[in-house]
Design a protein. Sequence first.
Length: 574
Amino acid sequence: MSKEAIENNELPKTNFLHQEIDKDLQQGKNNGKVLTRFPPEPNGYLHIGHAKSICLNFGLGNFYKGGTNLRFDDTNPTKEETEYVDSIMEDVKWLGFDWVGEPVYTSDYFQQLYDWAVLLIKAGKAYVDDQSADEIAAQKGTPTTPGQHSPYRDRSIEENLNLFERMKNGEFKNGERVLRAKIDMASPNMHMRDPLMYRIIHAHHHRTENEWCIYPMYDFAHGQSDFIEGITHSICTLEFEVHRPLYNWFLDQIIEADPKLKELPRTRQIEFARLNLNYTVMSKRRLLELVENKIVEGWDDPRMPTISGLRRRGYTPESIRVFADKVGVARRENIIDVSLLEHCIREDLNKRAPRVYAVIDPVKVVITNFPEGEVEWMEAGNNPEDESMGSRTLPFTREIYIEREDFMEGAPSKFFRMDVGREVRLKNAYIVKCEGITKDENGEITEIQCTYDPDTKSGMEGSNRKVKGTLHWVSVDHSKQITVKQYDRLFMDEAPAGHKDKDFKDFLNPDSLQQLNNCWIEPNFMDAGGEFEDGIKRFQFQRLGYFCLDKNSTEDHPIFNRTVSLKDSWSKQK
């Protein structure tokens, strides 16, 4: 899905959500209006699962020309920070979407939610409970056995109103009292068994500061916030399907208590299957644990499945939107192979990333018959997939670096790279022949001696003599030293959080990060282009993979992160 398709509302009707919304429109609901919302909690950074939800909600809002609200569900001040609010807005914008008006917050509606809670108390539909959380949980029963009524369930309306106001005024400690809805303790749906509506939290809130010390629970705040904003379709993941009866019950009771609300658009909740990736954890709690335990560098560590981590690793917003399209929208949970995400970024970067030469494990090659001190400039195309990207020049000199793995002493016949007595082509340069090698006292090769054939310069007439191997290279005298961070998957197990008897951290990949400092890149790599719309410079290192400049990179000390290899090597390991 391109940015232009988003802006032009060209999202194809490919999922059941379109069918449900079309049905509502045909029935004349909400005066033909469609307004969706994306309601993240500002208690962590967004991950790839949220990216799918962003693409879905904003895509639907754009398609039906109604728009989407960005609403922060900020009802737990102990876990929320302004840093998370800022990161969420940045992620949504980076993915190519925009929200209607200014961002909104559940805290904008705290007074209205409180007033509605008072209405429910007056209607005999809510009561203050003095029991502890453990006592309430013990009385809930099981899915096959009914729960027990709270001893405080039949308090008078007057007493409940008094206690609830005193809760608001800060007269009680955390956990000392809660407000519960009075529904049905025998309901087969556990969420309908007198659920909590408000709890006491004496903590500083990032927006309302110390104005409130009681905070609404998600099930009470979410549906009412949708209703206040005129959201027509609340698109939720499948775990909220069992919450839907409660979502509707709260709206029914509020509208019944205040009949003038019947004229307003009625929100409808529809569920879809969330995104589950193998070799990944998608819980913000677990991701926070990785950050706090310094297992990763931070929320934007390139090994993290967060949107900011993927961005820092070199993923493009286009590749993530395409990934969301390919995954599709389903009613049933399934596991998506992370290789699909990697395929999407390869496809995108193959078309748009310029090719440059870099050597990350160098061994020196001396071309003995090339004149000392002479520099010959070779022309190299920037991207064979897009000739409009032009070309640049590479300095060819007597001494060059090649990859150490491109030489093998006594190599088998199917090793189409360098060995003593063999010829290979140096890409965009000459055919060279290995004449000998030099080793240190440990037997490690320190230098390779070659001769070149001056009649085989690439692009020169008569230079099409064939050899089986082609290697990339850089000039020793002209190349720039860089640091390369080779990132791999963070976990070795397909379902690291799916083992009851083990901690998810037991499956961490010890080789998920390898930092290489003795790496070299062609001097004119910046002339190849590589700067994308988001300001991140991305490249293909010839024969090595796709890389991007890290945020900590400087002109004097370039740092590159590997985005993805050229081919999927994991599928061969399974």
